[in-house]
Design a protein around this ligand. Structure first.
Ligand code: NDP
Ligand code: 2IT
Length: 447
C-alpha cells in the first residue's frame, strides 16, 4: 500500500479515534518521500504494521473510595512496537483518557524513543481515573487495583511504564510497590521511581530541562541568546515547572503558567520565590494555579478559562500541558506578536493547522517527539542504572541528557534541512525516528 492509502484505510477502520489518526497522518505524510525510495517497505506493508499497535490490553479497574463507594474505571496499556527495545512509555491518569489518545501517544512514543539513541520500543497506558481531588489512600487503592490487572504484561525487559499526566512520583511509587509484591522481584520495571528505590537523579527534571537544552540548540542555529527572552509556558505540572526552573537558571523570563482552569500572567516574569511557591503548591498542597495570583496580586494576574497564548506577551512558547492546546488562531496570535520559537514539552500540543502556520512562518518549531524526549531518555538511563545496580551522580545524568538532546537536534538537522537552510524539525524528527525502527522491523521479518 502507498503511504496515503494506509492513512485512508486507517481512517476507515478506526473512525472514532481522531487523535490517533492525527498523529499517524502527521508522521506518514512527512516520511512519504523516504518511504517511496524504499520499495521493499511497501512490499512488506511496513507502514501499516508500524501504525497499528502490536497489542492493546484493556480492563476494568474497580476500587473503593473513602466513603465506601465502589468505583469502576477503565485501564489500558498499548504495546505499540518493540523492534528496537522493550516497550517503554508513560501512564496517564486523566478523566479524558480513551483508547484513541493512548494510541496516539504510544505511536508517537515509538519514534521519540528511537530518536533518543537508546534501546527502547514504544508504549503508553493509562486510565480515565483522575487523581484530582482524591485522597492519598484513594490514589493508592486505585494504583494497586490498576497494577493487579497489568502486572503480568510488564517487566524490566518486556514493558517498562513511567509517569505522564496525573502520574508522578507518588503514583509510580504505589504502582511499583504493588508490582514488586505481585511479581516478587525487585527490578527496574518502572522508571521515575523514588531515588531510594532505584529512581535516577534528574528524572523528575528531565523532560523540562531537556526541552530547554533542545531550545538552546535551536537558538544557536540562528545565533540567538536566550538571556532576557520572554517565555510563555502552559501547564503547571512536572514538565512545565522544571522547564520554568531551567529557564530561570538560563536567564530567561518566565511569563506564564496554567492549568485546566486558567492561566497566570506575570508581565515582569515570575520571581524565583514565586516559582518555589508553584512547586510547593503543585506537589505538596496540590492546589490550583489561580492561587499564585491570590498570593502575589501585585505582580501576577489570573485569567480564568484562558490559555496563555493570547494573553502573555512573549518571544518563545513552550506548551507543556496537553494535546491540541494550540490551535490555528492561537498560532496566528503567537506569530503576530513576533514569536521566534515554539518548543513542545507536551505531546502533540499543536493542531495540524497550527503546525502549518509555524512551518510557513519558518520560525524555530520543535515537535514534542524531539523536544520532550529528554524525559524518556533519562528513563532509559534509569533502566541502565537499574540493570547495573548502580546509581549515577546528577552531573553524570545531566551531562548525558545534554548530549542526547544535542544528538536529537543533529538528527533533525540531518533529515530536516531544506535547500534554503531552514530546518524542518517535524520532518527531521519523523524521518530520523522512522528509519531506525523501519530498518529493525525489516531485519526481523514479518511479526
Ligand atoms: P502533570 O500531570 O504533571 O501536569 C499536567 C499539567 O497540564 C497540569 O497543569 C494540568 O492541569 C494541565 N492539563 C492537563 N490536561 C489538561 C487539559 N485537558 N487542559 C488543560 N490543561 C491540562 O503532567 P506532565 O507535566 O507530566 O505532562 C504534561 C505534558 O507533557 C503531557 O502532554 C505529557 O504527555 C507530556 N510529557 C510528559 C513527560 C514526563 O516525563 N512527565 C515526558 C514527555 C512528555 P490540571 O492540574 O488542571 O489538570
Ligand atoms: O511522553 C513521554 O515521553 C513520557 N511521558 C515519559 C515516558 C517514559 O517512559 O519516561
Amino acid at each position: 500500500m502507498k503511504a496515503t492509502e494506509v492513512i485512508d484505510e486507517l481512517k476507515r477502520r478506526f473512525p472514532n479515534e481522531p487523535e490517533y489518526i492525527q498523529a499517524v497522518e502527521e508522521v506518514v505524510s512527512s516520511i512519504e518521500d523516504v518511504y517511496n525510495e524504499h520499495p521493499e517497505f511497501e512490499r512488506y506493508n511496513l507502514i501499516e504494521r508500524l501504525c497499528i499497535p502490536d497489542r492493546i490490553f484493556s480492563f476494568r479497574v474497580s476500587w473503593v473510595d473513602d466513603s465506601g463507594k465502589v468505583r469502576n474505571n477503565m485501564g489500558y496499556r498499548i504495546q505499540h512496537n518493540n523492534a528496537i527495545g522493550p516497550y517503554k512509555g508513560g501512564i496517564r491518569f486523566h478523566s479524558s483518557v480513551n483508547q484513541s489518545i493512548l494510541k496516539f501517544l504510544a505511536f508517537e512514543q515509538t519514534f521519540k524513543n528511537s530518536l533518543t539513541t537508546l534501546a527502547m520500543g514504544g508504549a503508553k497506558g493509562g486510565s480515565d481515573f483522575s487523581p484530582r481531588g482524591k485522597s492519598d489512600m484513594e490514589v493508592m487503592r486505585f494504583c494497586q487495583a490498576f497494577i493487579a490487572e497489568l502486572w503480568r504484561q510488564i517487566g524490566p525487559d518486556t514493558d517498562v511504564p513511567a509517569g505522564d499526566i496525573g502520574v508522578g512520583g507518588r503514583e509510580v511509587g504505589y504502582m511499583y510497590g504493588y508490582y514488586k509484591k505481585m511479581a516478587r522481584e525487585f527490578t527496574g520495571t518502572f522508571t521515575g521511581k523514588g531515588r531510594e528505590f532505584g529512581g535516577s537523579l534528574i528524572r523528575p527534571e528531565a523532560t523540562g530541562y531537556g526541552n530547554c537544552y533542545f531550545l538552546l540548540n535551536m537558538l544557536a542555529t540562528r545565533g540567538i541568546d536566550i538571556k532576557g527572552k520572554r517565555v510563555a509556558i502552559s501547564g503547571s505540572g512536572n514538565v512545565a515547572t522544571y522547564t520554568a526552573q531551567k529557564l530561570q537558571q538560563l536567564g530567561a523570563v518566565v511569563v506564564s503558567l496554567s492549568d485546566s482552569d486558567g492561566s497566570i500572567y506575570a508581565p515582569d516574569g515570575l520571581t524565583h520565590e514565586q516559582l518555589e511557591f508553584v512547586f510547593e503548591l503543585k506537589n505538596v498542597m496540590r492546589g490550583r494555579i489561580r492561587e499564585v495570583a491570590e498570593e502575589y496580586p501585585e505582580s501576577v494576574q489570573y485569567f480564568p478559562g484562558e490559555r496563555p497564548w493570547h494573553i502573555a506577551k512573549c518571544d518563545i512558547a513552550m506548551p507543556s500541558a496537553t494535546q491540541n492546546e494550540i490551535d490555528g488562531d492561537d498560532a496566528r496570535a503567537l506569530l503576530a506578536q513576533g514569536v521566534i520559537a515554539v518548543s513542545e514539552g507536551a505531546n502533540m500540543p499543536s493542531t495540524p493547522e497550527a503546525i502549518k502556520e509555524f512551518l510557513a512562518a519558518k520560525i524555530l518549531y520543535a515537535p514534542g517527539k524531539a523536544a520532550n524526549a529528554g524525559g524518556v531518555a533519562v528513563s532509559g538511563l534509569e533502566m541502565a542504572q537499574n540493570s547495573q545496580k548502580l546509581s549515577w551522580s546528577a552531573e553524570q545524568v545531566d551531562t548525558k541528557l545534554k548530549e542526547i538532546m544535542a544528538q536529537i537536534h543533529k538528527s533533525c538537522e540531518e533529515f530536516g534541512k531544506e535547500p534554503d537552510g531552514f530546518i524542518n524539525y517535524v520532518k527531521g524528527a519523523n524521518v530520523a525516528g522512522f528509519m531506525k525502527v523501519a530498518r529493525a522491523m525489516m531485519a526481523q521479518g514479518i511479526l
